[in-house]
Structures are given as C-alpha cells and as structure tokens.
Design a protein around this ligand. Sequence first.
Ligand SMILES: [Zn+2]
Length: 262
Amino acid sequence: MTDPTAPAYPEGQRRAVPLADLTSWLDSYLKIADFKDWSNNGLQVEGNSAVTRIAASVDTSQRSIEDAVASGANLMLVHHGLFWNKPLMVTGPHRRRLQAALDAGLSIYAAHLPLDAHPEVGNNVMMASALSLQHTAPAFGIGQMGELPYELTLQDFAERVQKLTGEICLVHGGGGGTGVHKLGIVSGSGAGYIEEAARLGLDTLLTGEPEHKHFHDAFELGLNVVYAGHYETEVFGVRALAARIEEQFGLPWQFLHLPTGL
Ligand SMILES: [Zn+2]
C-alpha cells in the first residue's frame, strides 16, 4: 500500500523550482501590485532558495509553521500572513514564528485580498462554483454575486453550505421566510456588506464572520445572512492556488487544515 503522507517525488528525483521564479509567477498571477490591502502581500519570509514542496494554510501560526516544516514543505502559502501594515517588534509569538520558519528554511508567501478576489482561484469564485451559482459577477470589491439554479429554502441552503464546509452555519433569517435565489458571497468578514447586498437586490448574503453591530441591519433590510465562518470561507483559495502551482510547476502540496471555529 502506498503511504499517503510520502512525498509524490521521491528523494533524489524531486523537482526543485527556484523560489525567485515561483514568487515572481505568483506576484503576477495574483496581481499582487494591483491591490490596496492592509496585508503586506507577497513573499514575507525568505527561506531556502529552491522549493520542492508546498504547504497551504489559511493562517500563519506557530502550529501551521511547524506542521508545514513537518510535511517537508519549504514554502507555505497563506491567506493571513505575519505582516499587516504596521511595523512589528521581533518579540514574543512573532519572534518564535519567524525563528521557526527561518531555522527550517521555510518561506512564507501571503496573499490576502488578491486571493479573495482572484477570478480563477479566489475564495469567492471557488465558493460560487461549488454552490453552482449562475450568471455570476464580481461584487463587494472582492466577492461574487449570482443566482442559484433554483430557489432553496434558507434552511436547505444553510445545509448545502454546511455540507461544503463541514461546519454548522449561523443563520439570520432577515428575509422573513424568503428563500435563497439571488446570492452574494463575501469570504471572511463580510457583515459590513449587508446594506450593499440589499441595495443590489439580493435576497441572501453568504459570508464568514458576524459582527454584532450589523445584526439589526439584516432584519430591517429584509436580507437573509448565512455566516459560514471566517476560516471556513477562506480554505478554498489557498487550496486552489496550491493546486494551480502543482499544475504549473509540478510541485507536490498539502493543505494544513487548522480550523479556528470562528
Ligand atoms: Zn480573512
């Protein structure tokens, strides 16, 4: 029996791609320079100069770095990186994360908004396609809108989303019994788009994380909101991107599933 954890390319026959080639392909494929983002997107930590195996993770944490190293990866793709606009002292958890990555030669490449919005591997297009959304169009800056092939009750729709993510959704039936047909999707923290979703004539918004201050808006605007989890709505992009890199460069990869429950 084959060991599923064994590298696809045995030692000695492993494909190695220069880190610089990979990062410049990623910068251009993800259009990193086109995004105004509070994440410092791109190569955040420079490890070994050659990449033989990739890990994909939603978050950067001590655990994801250690799991990436244990998987034999020398590049970790993340949605939430280590650097967010402001200068950081190299102390505490930040120091330990950097040290663990650098000691192991692990590079960290972060793609935040570029990976939410991407037309091929973005979190939102991937969710739209998994839900068989039709007539899709970009919306909410990074999201998508479209129509389900046929209307579902809010309960049935929530169950479909739960099947997709494996987690229980939080459902706010602001539509007062209206089913789900015209849907908006915003990965992560999208509760702030409730008003815009109502303005666009949608009946339902699917997003990640709730915010208390937007609770009443959904009910007063007559909009259903399904919160599927910040983490759970952002697993799609890094996985699709790693698969795209495998297609392009033949590098094996592994998704590190480290759910936060949020
Ligand atoms: Zn996020």
